[in-house]
Design a protein around this ligand. Structure first.
Ligand SMILES: *Cc1c(COP(=O)(O)O)cnc(C)c1O
Length: 429
């Protein structure tokens, strides 16, 4: 595979951009080699600067559920760009987007649009604190909520629930108001709520964690969490930046039948443009400025082009049998992978939920906790990633990331992918 032009651009990028990138995982550090510079996407395919073509399962880290360069998203962008790119005034597309989002999520009575998932989480946390008058937030270890200071906190060694900064530049003051508990462990969550009774504003989690590989919630775990939040007067924030409009039209809340007080969204709702959102109960949302005392604003929030791309994406998801079709594709992939997975049983595991999937190099039969992910062989994943890349399959460049199917992936794509998986596993195991 010739990747000369990508390599040259990367060398140049290294002189001007930290690590040559604008988001760290893109730098390929955990899989080795140098990042590929993409110049074009179409449907399930991406093409790099050296004209190598790949079947893409990164899909811009989740947003592109319709595939690359979807015709209707492009039409919405073209038609509206000529009218201007930003006004800093209200715009009809904001209302249209808000109707679509509140229509999909019964728990979201009002919504505020922002520019990223990080911003959505940061604002939802501030709102939860402003609404409850409490300071502490409980998060689950291994859930990613973007890079706001209060979320860059990991469980400290020793005391399970004592948060420590997970990044330089995050103050211990910031970390001490974030308590960390393990995912899929209701007892520890309850113990933490009890110990901090009266001071926990919210529990935040990804209902289906997708940022430390893919973890699946245990039976009734999310319902138990809901009950605990009610008992201790803490708000429940579901971070559905990935799950939203992905696992179902109404996200994980529809899928598992659990209602959050506040929900954060991003990725898919921007149709490939920068958008985030947070929303929830009317009484909570009424605390946001200008209705209430919790300040939050944005120069480009609700940007007409971003909203137009989001509206086009959500309308297409609503009007086609999108989720049945995505499930069919995912099941086809799983079925066709079955023989090769069986052949390598005890060395590699494939988990999938709807159109989200993950390969783990592990002897475990199921992965539900962070500790189980930590035992996976990430060196093997790096080799696997390289082998697949050489065969024209693009997975996100880290074993801690998940893969996404889109409506644009075809049965022929899946056949090619499975053949590449067979050859790649044979090469490394
Ligand atoms: C991607 C992601 C975020 C952060 O969104 P950005 O748009 O990258 O800031 C937050 N939460 C979850 C669950 C995510 O997957």
């Amino acid at each position: 595979m010739n990747t000369e032009k990508s390599a040259a651009l990367y060398n140049e990028a290294l002189q001007y951009l930290p690590g040559g990138v604008n988001s760290p995982v893109r730098a390929f550090r955990s899989v080795g080699g140098t990042p590929l510079f993409m110049k074009k996407g179409a449907g399930s395919r991406i093409i790099d600067e050296d004209d190598n073509e790949y079947i893409d399962y990164c899909m811009s880290w989740g947003p592109l559920i319709l595939g690359h360069a979807d015709a209707e998203v492009l039409r919405a962008l073209r038609e509206n760009a000529v009218n201007g790119t930003s006004f800093g005034t209200p715009h009809r597309f904001e209302v249209e987007m808000a109707k679509l989002v509140t229509g999909a999520y019964p728990s979201i009575e009002k919504v505020r649009f922002v520019n990223s998932g990080t911003e959505a989480v940061m604002s939802a946390v501030r709102l939860a604190r402003g609404f409850t008058g409490r300071d502490k937030i409980i998060k689950c270890d291994g859930c990613y909520h973007g890079h706001a200071d209060c979320m860059l906190v990991a469980s400290g060694s020793g005391l399970a629930t004592f948060g420590t900064p997970d990044s330089a530049g995050v103050t211990s003051g910031n970390a001490q108001d974030t308590l960390v508990v393990p995912y899929n462990d209701p007892e520890q969550l309850e113990a933490c709520l009890k110990k901090n009774e009266g001071s926990v504003a919210a529990v935040i989690m990804e209902p289906v964690p997708c940022n430390y590989a893919l973890l699946l919630p245990g039976i009734d775990y999310l319902k138990t969490v809901r009950g605990l939040c009610d008992r201790y007067g803490a708000l429940l924030i579901f971070d559905e930046v990935i799950n939203g409009f992905r696992v179902a039209w109404g996200g994980a809340q529809e899928y598992y039948g659990v209602r959050a007080d506040l929900t954060t969204l991003g990725k898919i709702i921007g149709g490939g443009l920068p958008v985030g959102a947070y929303g929830g109960r009317r009484d909570i949302m009424s605390k946001i400025a200008p209705d209430g005392p919790v300040y939050q604003a944005g120069t480009l929030s609700g940007n007409p082009l971003a909203m137009a791309a989001g509206v086009a994406t959500l309308k297409k998801l609503a009007e086609t049998k999108a989720y049945a079709s995505l499930r069919e594709k995912a099941e086809l992939l799983r079925r066709k992978l079955q023989p090769v997975l069986q052949q390598h049983a005890g060395r590699v595991l494939f988990q999938q939920l709807e159109s989200i999937f993950c390969f783990y190099f592990t002897g475990a039969e199921e992965i539900k906790t962070l500790d189980e992910v930590k035992k996976c062989d990430m060196r093997l994943f790096a080799q696997y990633h390289r082998e697949l890349l050489n065969r024209g399959i693009y997975l996100a460049p880290s074993g801690y990331e998940v893969g996404f199917l889109s409506l644009a992936h075809t049965a022929a794509d899946i056949d090619r992918t499975v053949a590449a998986v067979v050859a790649s596993l044979k090469a490394i195991l």
